[in-house]
Design a protein around this ligand. Structure first.
Ligand SMILES: Cc1ncc(COP(=O)(O)O)c(C=O)c1O
Length: 445
């Protein structure tokens, strides 16, 4: 089907192989946006649609914010590209300094990538190289977690724990990876407001099963999302992350927080590490750093790890790694615009104010047909429906399509529907988002 374009004429849909999309279904009934501003998209037919997911957990400052747009515009005409391989331009240094100011104390170094997937691979490689420099070259194993999502590169899907991401590639995954159990327990913790009270002991599996099995001296790092996003929005039980930190510290294992979603204000502080009062060794970020406007990602590095590279004997390149576009001027300009917007509008802590009305709105969906869980933390949440017999995921996908038709964009994940609005959301936007969702859920059989 070729839908009319906003500019007139017909759009050919055949040639773009869309990522993470049922291409055949989409191309029969496309959902197309033409522009966006603040909390809303405008579709090619001219309809307004509320962005209830910050698009893909990215657009934390809202769409097309003036400072971001202006920064990109200006940069494009001034310095389009300069490599950061043995050549400098000021912007990545400035952005790194700004990120270091926001990061947990003692995490003052930033390595840039273009995406979250690259940030994850970078962090894993950094962990391996660090241990080698530190005289512990046997530490080569990684521990991920079931239902964890760490992007789509081979190392990322290896430590990730979403079966659909892994099964076609199972013979080619990074070796030496084990997984902790995921933390969802609907029997004990369904409809928890914020962090579930039960389940801290799930972290003990690291010390009781995984470390004895592989030997701490062979484990490089544990990688987890503080709140799992793409695996279904799973909020960690109270005390769980703290306990992972204690165990990693006891055994010399690095703890990597994948904050590609939780970074830049999603939980009410710049990073989830600060919300939980935990210092990881490496933090991966992407998405919100530019409010989604230009691809940029990276790794924030604890100073001792950075020092191990900088003090390595012999001189020369300290870390044989980098992307052509690491520290790209346009991406860094966009980041400056986004960071300015966050600072001026207090957005990196705004989720604290909105967390309670957001929580109430998510939990008001309890009692809707088929809803078996509501969960939330900061400004991220989800409801879960029981699967339709023989058709797992069908209910949530139907809800997503119907919400879109009624002017609200949310995301289906398995049988869950996820909510993650831009941090500029106001109460009226939450009302709109959740009243449409409630109305839709009543029609999903
Ligand atoms: C926690 C986490 N890590 C990594 C990624 C991958 O990021 P990207 O799609 O930019 O490669 C994502 C994307 O959603 C994510 O949520």
């Amino acid at each position: 089907m070729n839908p009319p374009q906003a500019t007139g004429g017909m759009l050919e849909l055949e040639h773009f192989w869309m990522p993470f999309t049922d291409n055949r279904r989409f191309k029969r009934a496309p959902r197309m946006v033409a522009s966006a501003s603040g909390m809303y998209y405008t579709t090619t037919e001219g309809r307004q649609v509320l962005d209830g997911l910050a698009t893909l957990w990215c657009v934390n400052a809202g769409h097309c914010r003036p400072k971001v747009v202006e920064a990109i515009r200006k940069q494009a005409g001034e310095l389009d590209f300069a490599s950061a391989f043995s050549l400098g331009h000021p912007l990545p240094f400035k952005v790194a300094e700004r990120i270091a100011e926001l990061a947990p104390a003692g995490m003052g170094y930033v390595f840039f990538t273009n995406s979250g997937s690259e940030a994850v691979d970078t962090a894993l490689k950094m962990a391996l190289a660090y241990h080698r420099l530190n005289g512990q070259a046997s530490r080569t194993r990684f521990i991920g977690r079931e239902r964890g999502y760490h992007g789509v590169n081979l190392a990322g899907i290896s430590v990730g724990g979403v079966p659909a991401m892994r099964k076609a590639y199972s013979g080619a995954l990074t070796p030496g990876v084990d997984h902790l159990r995921h933390t969802q327990d609907l029997a004990k913790s369904a409809f928890s407001r914020g962090q579930p009270a039960l389940g801290v002991e799930l972290a003990d599996e690291l010390e009781q099963r995984v470390i004895p099995l592989h030997g701490a001296e062979n484990i490089a790092a544990v990688i987890v999302e503080p709140v799992s996003g793409a695996g279904g929005v799973l909020v960690p039980p109270r005390g769980y992350l703290e306990r992972l930190r204690e165990i990693c510290t006891r055994h010399g294992i690095l703890l990597i927080f994948d904050e590609v979603i939780t970074g830049f204000g999603r939980l009410g502080q710049p990073f989830a590490a600060q919300v939980f009062g935990i210092q990881p060794d490496l933090i991966t970020f992407a998405k919100g750093v530019t409010s989604g406007s230009v691809p940029l990602g990276g790794v924030i590095v604890e100073q001792g790890i950075h020092a191990a590279f900088m003090n390595a004997p012999g001189g020369g390149v300290e870390f044989f790694h980098g992307y052509t576009y690491s520290g790209h001027p346009l991406a860094c300009a966009a980041a400056m615009g986004a960071l300015d917007t966050y600072a001026e509008e207090g957005l990196l802590t705004r989720a604290r104010e909105l967390a309670k009305p957001f929580e109430d709105a998510v939990h008001a969906l309890k009692g809707s047909p088929n809803v078996i869980d509501c969960r939330n933390l900061g400004l991220i949440g989800a409801i879960e429906m029981s699967p339709r017999p023989g058709a797992p995921g069908a209910r949530a996908f139907e809800a997503f399509e119907k919400c879109w038709a009624k002017g609200v964009f949310v995301r289906p994940i398995g049988d869950s529907v996820a909510f993650c609005p831009p941090l500029i959301a106001e109460k009226k936007h939450l009302d709109e988002m959740f009243s449409v969702t409630a109305e839709v859920l009543r029609t999903v059989a």
